[in-house]
Design a protein around this ligand. Structure first.
Ligand SMILES: NC(=O)c1ccc[n+]([C@@H]2O[C@H](COP(=O)([O-])OP(=O)(O)OC[C@H]3O[C@@H](n4cnc5c(N)ncnc54)[C@H](O)[C@@H]3O)[C@@H](O)[C@H]2O)c1
Ligand SMILES: O=P(O)(O)OC[C@H]1O[C@H](O[C@H]2[C@H](O)[C@@H](O)[C@@H](O)O[C@@H]2CO)[C@H](O)[C@@H](O)[C@@H]1O
Ligand SMILES: [Mn+2]
Length: 441
């Protein structure tokens, strides 16, 4: 059986140790001969790499390991690039959140002005990663979950239309785990779902069991009262901010009780609520730096100092096994049904053919085959047309260096009240992103 060579791009990510442990736990399904890390911040990556080298040696000494900041070393002899970079790191995420909030607007990592700013920073680095992969390992696939995935996907569609990149998000997977718990099922894989939308902007239209029994009524009953809140022991989701997000799904559901919503819609449908419940002095970036980053990096340092992972509290990110499912589908032509961000191309009949939409696909060795969605209702169509215009205008602004297009993108965002406020936020973001954005004229 062929053993694969994996490159983790963004080796210094807080998600890296959990993903490495997950890969090591799935070697029977997905054999690996080499794991490499690539990052453009050596110091940050080394913290994670020094620990992961020990984790790998302890669990499977036959797997070669290398951490590097050299693109040629990193991208040569690779089958899959698992990409989770954060252009500008948490320091810039904090500004993405706090600058809009200063103007009374939603400050969020991937939604509204913050997502636009992050998108403008991410396009160049993501294209660079694709180019390295195509130069040094032209047969490899990139499995990308770097955000903002919607803008990254549109940018790669425009700038590298033939590249072997698949964009995927774990939010629907996370929500489906909650659904399975609500339904008393062992696994989200016991359900068959229909879903459509844009990334961080979509709806479930059907959830059935494997015999085809409709599970929507039971889910609706729960969600109408508790949103997606359940008693679920998940490492990532035991903080107050996530609980609030899952609870708010109750109000998102209320406006269209025919579907079940993605939690991210709260930023677009209840921006006033979100702003009222935000703290400009302590945003989500601060929580993540004080929480996940401190914990993961602290554990990594302990492992490196002790030379052993004994007693370490890092855990397998079982949830991330969707990445193995995707790699396996490509490697072994499994035709697994997965939600991916792909070009619409008629799958949603009454929607822009060129839009990057999040829909079910069958994944095999030639890539994804999107499944037909059909026509969507006016409510969803209207919202999606507005949001997809934001995403397309951001990419056009980046390509053309156009201030006007970026101002238009900001103005169209449902989270922004007027062109005046859009301009004020934009001007502040331009100053803050001086080091990362192309010059705009
Ligand atoms: N698609 C999804 O559903 C999903 C889920 C979780 C996280 N994410 C994304 O994963 C990414 C990582 O998240 P995190 O919180 O662990 O961030 P992080 O800041 O801890 O890690 C990101 C790493 O990327 C590196 N990096 C930045 N620019 C780079 C470049 N040009 N080349 C190489 N490396 C670069 C940084 O130095 C850092 O080590 C983010 O984009 C986040 O939004 C996506
Ligand atoms: O605020 P953060 O950095 O904690 O999370 C932002 C990310 O949120 C989603 O990912 C969730 C995922 O849905 C969940 O199941 C679990 O793995 O935690 C992740 C975050 O910790 C979202 O899909 C990502 O795109 C965001 O980056
Ligand atoms: Mn996501």
């Amino acid at each position: 059986m062929k053993k694969f060579s994996i490159l983790v791009a963004g080796g210094g990510s807080t998600y890296t140790p959990g993903i490495v442990l997950m890969l090591l736990d799935n070697l029977d399904k997905f054999p690996i001969r080499q794991i490499k890390f690539y990052d453009n911040d050596k110091e940050r990556q080394d913290i994670v790499a020094n620990a992961c080298e020990i984790l790998i040696k302890e669990r499977n000494p036959e797997i070669d390991f290398l951490a590097t900041t050299n693109p040629e070393e990193a991208f040569t002899d690779v089958d899959f690039v698992m990409a989770h970079i954060r252009a500008g790191k948490y320091a810039m995420r904090e500004l993405d959140e706090k600058i809009p909030l200063k103007h009374g607007v939603v400050g969020q990592e991937t939604c509204g002005p913050g997502g636009i700013a992050y998108g403008m920073r991410s396009i160049g680095p993501m294209i660079e990663l694709i180019d390295y992969m195509e130069k040094y390992s032209p047969n490899a696939w990139m499995l990308n979950y770097s955000n903002p995935a919607a803008i990254v996907a549109e940018a790669t569609r425009r700038l590298r239309p033939n590249s072997k990149i698949l964009n995927i998000c774990d939010m629907p997977i996370g929500i489906e785990r909650h659904m399975a718990t609500i339904l008393g099922l062992k696994s989200r894989k016991d359900m068959t779902i229909k879903y459509y939308g844009l990334n961080h902007f979509g709806w479930w239209t059907s959830v059935t069991d494997k015999e085809g029994k409709d599970l929507m009524p039971k889910l609706k009953e729960h969600i109408a009262q508790h949103g997606y809140n359940v008693n679920l022991q998940m490492y990532q989701h035991n903080d107050a901010s996530w609980n609030d997000t899952f609870m708010k799904a109750k109000d998102i559901y209320a406006i269209d009780p025919t579907t079940l919503p993605n939690t991210y819609l709260k930023y677009y449908l209840y921006p006033d609520y979100v702003v009222e419940h935000s703290d400009i002095n302590y945003s989500r970036a601060n929580m993540v730096m004080d929480g996940r980053e401190k914990f993961v990096f602290g554990e990594c340092k302990k492992i490196a100092e002790a030379g052993t992972s004994e007693g370490c509290e890092l855990h397998i990110d079982e949830h991330a096994s969707y990445i193995v499912d995707l790699a396996r589908a490509l490697a072994y032509n499994t035709k697994e049904r997965m939600l991916l961000i792909v070009e619409n191309n008629g799958a949603i009949e009454n929607f822009d053919k060129t839009a990057m939409v999040e829909i079910p696909c069958l994944v095999g060795c030639e890539g994804p085959e999107p499944l037909t969605v059909g026509t969507i209702p006016q409510f969803q169509k209207g919202l999606m047309e507005q949001q997809v215009s934001v995403e397309k205008l951001v990419v056009e602004a980046w390509i053309e260096g156009s201030y006007t297009k970026l101002w238009q993108a900001m103005t169209i965002s449902k989270t922004v009240p007027s062109a005046k406020v859009a301009k004020e936020i934009l001007d502040d973001l331009i100053e803050a992103n001086n080091e990362f954005w192309p010059e705009l004229n």
